[in-house]
Design a protein around this ligand. Structure first.
Ligand SMILES: *Cc1c(COP(=O)(O)O)cnc(C)c1O
Ligand SMILES: [Zn+2]
Length: 410
């Protein structure tokens, strides 16, 4: 199908000082430095009218929102299927956690099995547009495996910096896609800084979503989809696990855009969920102070971020939606893994189901009312982290190859 040749991006705008820049190959604000995350601005009048016609063209992946993405028309789209993930109504899980209506949006069904494919697909297109042959990122795992997969799909070489805690299945995913994997004997924060330095030194495009202004635009497509897929049944709450803050920030932006364009008449309240062992954004949200970096200690490796880069955007989006934040411990996350699989039929990794744990707690605390409705974004597939899944799952029953032995064990 043919897309409109127009781009609707007008500028990049600093989230702190509001200074605007042309939308080129830059990262953060010149005045505010590394903290000055830039936000992509659009001409919504023009984008909106073209968008409406494309939606009717039955493009059932996230490129259906191409007019609201910062991508050039003359670069071919990656052939992998990204986005337009299913939303399930899960009444037994709803009853278990104590809410009237519960939906799960299963983003583990993206090509490399996590939400990050939405961002990486935009990242590889920007790399090609800016003339790069190589792209790099630092990641707790999913951004990396996603970048490796999308790079393989479009023919870029990828370099990945991973912290030493990254689970084995995620590393395997990187290697099979042909990425060069550099395991940093240190934390995610150290891997992040090292990646930035290496990009400068070797001329690689930096996909690190904390500072790359374009990546979060890919993440916002989940918000656009929720608005369109749910339209008349829009939930009261959208629940998202939070590490760096780009995912919830992106989803919030997508929902706001759909309101601006008249697809929905209100924005659901956002519930951001952090792990107790990595909650700097939660702390900044309720203290109203600047973020204080912390140590991290949680089995939800994908949200174990002690120095989040996009915390201002996350907090802004949660506040603008009249939302809340909450934390959960590792036990609650493992329990959410079990019940989401057993009562919802969806197998998520720890960070993937952290939203379910957070929603349950928010109901217990009276933040979310039992008669409200909620949608939890399941951000990553459970096979990404077998180690944690095993902890949650229980044991196999060994039997002799005869029926008597089975009878005994039943
Ligand atoms: C990256 C990730 C998140 C959180 O996204 P942030 O942008 O870091 O807040 C949540 N769940 C999974 C599975 C992830 O990979
Ligand atoms: Zn600025």
């Amino acid at each position: 199908m043919k897309f409109s040749p127009l781009q609707y991006v007008t500028s990049l705008k600093c989230l702190i000082c509001g200074k605007e820049y042309t939308a080129d190959n830059r990262f953060t604000c010149e005045t505010c430095g590394i903290q000055g995350i830039l936000d992509v601005q659009y001409d919504y009048d023009k984008a909106g009218s073209h968008l409406t016609s494309h939606i009717s063209h039955r493009v059932f992946d996230h490129w259906r929102y191409r007019e609201l993405l910062p991508i050039s028309h003359d670069i071919p789209l990656p052939h992998l299927h990204i986005g337009w993930t299913p939303i399930y109504d899960v009444p037994r899980l709803a009853k278990h956690i104590g809410i009237t209506k519960l939906y799960l949006k299963d983003d583990g069904r993206n090509p490399t099995n996590s939400f990050k494919d939405r961002a990486s697909s935009v990242g590889v297109m920007k790399a090609i547009e800016f003339g790069f042959k190589e792209i790099a990122c630092a990641s707790t795992g999913n951004a990396a495996s996603s970048l490796a997969g999308l790079s393989a799909a479009v023919g870029l070489k990828s370099f990945i910096f991973v912290p030493k805690r990254a689970p084995e299945p995620k590393l395997t995913q990187l290697l099979i896609f042909g990425a060069t994997v550099l395991r940093v004997q240190g934390t995610y924060e150290q891997a992040f800084d090292l990646c930035g330095e290496a990009c400068q030194k070797f001329g690689w495009y930096n996909r690190s979503s904390g500072i790359n202004p374009y990546l979060v635009e890919g993440k916002k497509t989940a918000g656009l989809e929720i608005a369109e897929q749910m339209s008349k049944n829009l939930p009261d709450w959208v629940v998202v696990s939070v590490g760096d803050g780009c995912t919830i920030g992106g989803i919030g932006k997508g929902l706001q855009e759909m309101k601006k364009l008249g697809f929905i008449d209100r924005v659901p309240r956002l519930l951001g969920v952090q792990a107790e062992g990595a909650k700097p954004i939660y702390d900044a949200f309720y203290s109203c102070n600047d973020l204080i970096p912390t140590e991290t200690n949680t089995l939800a490796d994908s949200i174990a971020v002690g120095t989040p880069r996009n915390w201002r955007r996350a907090i802004k989006m949660v506040k603008e939606s009249f939302g809340e934040m909450i934390t959960v411990n590792d036990e609650e996350i493992l329990e959410a893994m079990r019940v989401t699989a057993r009562l919802g039929g969806v197998f998520g990794e720890p960070a993937g189901v952290t939203g379910v744990a957070g929603l349950q707690k928010a109901i217990q605390k009276g933040i979310v009312k039992p008669n409200e409705s909620a949608l939890v974004v399941i951000t990553g597939n459970g096979l990404k982290d077998i180690q944690s899944a095993k902890k949650a799952a229980g044991e196999v029953i060994d039997v002799e190859p005869d029926l008597k032995s089975v009878e005994e064990k039943m």
